[in-house]
Design a protein around this ligand. Structure first.
Ligand SMILES: CC(C)(COP(=O)(O)OP(=O)(O)OC[C@H]1O[C@@H](n2cnc3c(N)ncnc32)[C@H](O)[C@@H]1OP(=O)(O)O)[C@@H](O)C(=O)NCCC(=O)NCCS
Length: 298
């Protein structure tokens, strides 16, 4: 059966997210998580649907991509399909040719599991490796310690506080409470929690959203940040511990996160919160599109 590239549309998003959940398992390489789609949902269901691509054989989704920005495709595969040669070749053809409507001309990036065959095929086509990212993981078999600060779960009433902390944590962030509401309306958020840490004076100082993929599967932190006026007081460590504790309550077997290796503060913070570093991963990228079939640049 041929491999079919598809777009789920708004009505197909829940099924696509459900498939992505099932692909999460202990020991999997760092890969696209339902929480990544859930975090993207802050832009609304229609934008999320427009950003998702699926590759199916015989009606079964075997690979799923999220256009996390117009020039970045983050993708993963069904566990048994990462080395499927026909699928990998089809994915590479679809992402390489701009007219297929996945990635445009110009510089583009692809994130895929390290052991996926597409990595090798893209390398053979001249794609390069980008900056290293560091995945970190905290096992949740044992109970998680108390974070030592007041932590509260965000509901609609606290959305503006959550948004204010994120804006104060990430340079250039335009996050608003409307975005939190859009995110919370998405199907992945049914298994997610946003948390705020407060200091002794009651200021909201740190925020995180955690995404369970269901019991016995790794859960994701995305995003996590500390208000820039409240850094260096252990709140990053505290909110990361609280994130792990919340994921454990949601049934996750581990808490995972991935950050640019250059973000030494984030790596140090997660380590301090009991996360262990795993081997670095890198996107693949190409500088520009040259059609191999016509032999010229387009
Ligand atoms: C990274 C960040 C969360 C750290 O928050 P913080 O409250 O200042 O961190 P903490 O005070 O809890 O520090 C935790 C540990 O990390 C270390 N650390 C924090 N920032 C550091 C930095 N810039 N360089 C080196 N070490 C750093 C601390 O020394 C501490 O180590 P220790 O526990 O061994 O003493 C904060 O700088 C931030 O919000 N940055 C922008 C958003 C971001 O990058 N989020 C992560 C994206 S995945």
């Amino acid at each position: 059966m041929p491999i079919v590239l598809g777009e789920p549309g708004v009505e197909g998003l829940s099924e696509a997210v459900g498939v992505l959940r099932e692909w999460q398992y202990e020991g999997a390489p760092m890969q696209l998580h339902p929480g990544d789609v859930g975090w993207f949902w802050r832009s609304g269901a229609e934008a999320t649907a427009a950003a998702v691509r699926t590759w199916s054989r015989d009606g079964q989704i075997l690979a799923l991509g999220l256009l996390d920005g117009p020039e970045l495709l983050r993708m993963t595969f069904a566990p048994g399909a990462r080395r499927d040669a026909e699928l990998a070749q089809q994915v590479v053809d679809d992402v390489t040719e701009p007219e297929r409507g996945v990635l445009p001309e110009g510089k583009v990036n692809i994130e895929a599991p390290t052991d996926a065959l597409v990595q090798e095929l893209l390398f053979e086509e001249g794609w390069k490796t980008d900056e290293p990212w560091t995945p970190l993981r905290r096992d949740l078999t044992e109970p998680v310690e108390d974070p030592g600060v007041r932590i509260e779960v965000v509901g609609p009433e606290q959305a503006h506080l959550f948004a204010a902390v994120l804006r104060a944590a990430f340079d250039g962030s335009t996050f608003t409470d409307e975005r939190w509401h859009a995110m919370a309306a998405g199907s992945p958020y049914a298994d997610a929690r946003s948390l705020i840490a407060y200091d002794d004076q009651g200021h909201a100082v740190a925020a995180v959203t955690v995404w369970s993929a269901g019991p016995g599967r790794p859960g994701l932190l995305e995003p996590m940040g500390v208000h820039r006026e409240h850094r260096g007081h252990g709140y990053g460590k505290a909110i990361s511990i609280a994130a792990a504790g919340t994921l454990r309550k949601l049934g996750s077997s581990s808490a995972i996160v991935c950050t640019p290796s250059s973000n030494v503060g984030a790596v140090a913070t997660y380590r301090s919160a009991g996360f262990q570093q795993r081997p670095e991963v890198r996107d693949r990228y190409r500088d520009a599109y040259y059609s191999s079939r016509s032999g010229g640049s387009s």
